[in-house]
Structures are given as C-alpha cells and as structure tokens.
Design a protein. Structure first.
Length: 271
C-alpha cells in the first residue's frame, strides 16, 4: 500500500499468527531482494476493549516505532478492503496511545492523531526546560540550527528552510536524526512556508531515510509552525509524493490529518 508514495507492506495478524523480527523486516523492505517498502505494518487484535485493532510499525532497518500517519490511513483502508471491519470510524491502539481513523465518502482517510506533546522529556529530547514556542538551538559540527521539537507519538525536529528543493536533507538529515540530545533518534522535517495556509516539506525519517511523504512529519511541521506564530489552523502540506491537509486548533487539541491511501498489489512471499 502507499500513502503519497510512502509505501508499506501490510500484514493481517488477526486471522494468522505472524512473528516479526528485525531480520524479516529488513529482508521484506529490501527493494531488490525483497518486496520493498519504507515500513512494515502489522494489524493485530485489540489490546484494550475500547479499540478494534492494534497497530504496529517497523521501519526498514528493523526498528519498531510508535506511530506513522501515512501508515494509519493505509491501515484503515486495509482493514476495510480485507473485510476485517465494516465501520467508517475505527478506533486503533498504538504504542503511542489510541487513535481514531475515519473513512470519508470520497475515499480519503481522516485521522485524529491526538494532541501534540512538547515536554522535552516525553519526546525524548535533552533540554533544560520547555520553551514557549518549543524551539531550541542545536549544535551540529559547530553550527547552530534552530529546531522545533514536538512529538506526534514519535519525535520530530522541524527546521525552517528557504527552499526545500535545495535543503541539505541528505547530509543534515542523518546528523540530526542521530543527534545525542535525541536519545531515541528523531524524524527531521525541512519546512518551507509558502503562505500561512500552505507549506512545502521534506522529511528524513528515523530508520528509513528520506521518504516521499511522512504523515506525522506533516502534522509536526504544522504544529511547529503554529507554535512559532507562522501558520493558520488549516494548512495544505505539499510533500514530494503529494498533498495532505492538516488541521490544528491549538494547544491541547487533536491534530487532524486528511489524505489518500491506496492498495498497490496483493501477494505472497516465502520466508
């Protein structure tokens, strides 16, 4: 499946038992010797009575992560297409907490991503204290970069750039991803503000490298831009793979993400 080119191998772990380890994930994600994907998604039975499913996400390097926005939309489409659910509102448990997935009449999927978290220790991010606009100076090889730090169930560092086309994603992305102040690594967003209602974004994802789209990265970028007083409540986010709509009313409110989810093909692989 794919959401704006952010692609996934999705497994039904409800009707069959699937054991996933790092070696299996790495083989499946390999684009030459496996199936090829940015992440593996695993649909499991619910772990709490107020959800219908549990949602697990594995990056291409085999690491398991807390949240994935584009994957959440694909998750919703998958459980409907596979006959696992006939609901248009689907509550799902994740390692970052429960989310709700809404299948819209036009085929888009809207996701309640929950309220963003700014407390540094919860990202986790090493900082003496939380700042009012959630921005912090970060030293990379003697050069200071101002980043916005926010969690959407997974950690994000957001940088403002003049033009995403020339942003140093390939070089600065991995340095920020593994910066020692982010003890569990971090997703890195490079954000260009076009208007208060429109941004361009590229994301270097933790454990996957640059992807064509990142749903939680889009949410984090809009939240960070709003915290800095630069963006409106509803923002169109243009990523290399397409466009998402992000809505955030402000502090303590849920972030809403709306976008497509597409099944590319079904198949089997021996392991």
């Amino acid at each position: 499946m794919q959401g704006l080119g952010n692609d996934f191998v999705v497994f039904d772990g409800v009707r069959q038992q699937i054991e996933v380890d790092a070696a299996l994930v790495q083989r499946l994600a390999d684009r030459r010797f496996g199936i090829g994907c940015d992440q593996i998604l695993l649909v499991e039975p619910p772990r709490s009575p107020d959800t219908d499913f549990y949602y697990r996400i594995f990056n291409a390097d085999g690491s398991e992560v807390e949240q994935c926005g584009n994957g959440a939309r694909c998750f919703a489409r998958f459980v409907r297409d596979q006959g696992l659910s006939d609901r248009t509102v689907i509550p799902v448990g994740t390692a970052a907490g429960a989310i709700r997935l809404y299948l819209e009449a036009d085929g888009q999927v809207r996701v309640d991503m929950g309220a963003p978290v700014f407390t540094p220790s919860r990202l986790p991010f090493a900082a003496d204290a939380e700042t009012p606009d959630a921005t912090y100076p970060l030293d990379i090889a003697g050069k200071i970069y101002q980043i916005g730090a926010v969690s959407m169930g997974n950690p994000h560092a957001v940088l403002l750039v003049d033009d995403v086309s020339t942003a140093p994603v390939a070089t600065l992305g991995p340095l920020l991803e593994q910066h020692p102040r982010f003890s569990r690594r971090v997703n890195v967003g490079f954000m260009q503000i076009v208007t208060p209602a429109a941004i361009r974004l590229r994301v270097y994802e933790r454990g996957a490298g640059e992807t064509l789209a990142c749903g939680t990265g889009a949410c984090a970028a809009v939240v960070s831009g709003r915290q800095r007083g630069l963006l409106a409540e509803r923002v169109q986010v243009t990523l290399p793979g397409g466009t998402l709509r992000i809505d955030w009313a402000g502090q303590g409110q849920s972030v809403w993400m709306t976008g497509p989810a597409v099944r590319v093909f079904d198949g089997e692989i021996e392991h």
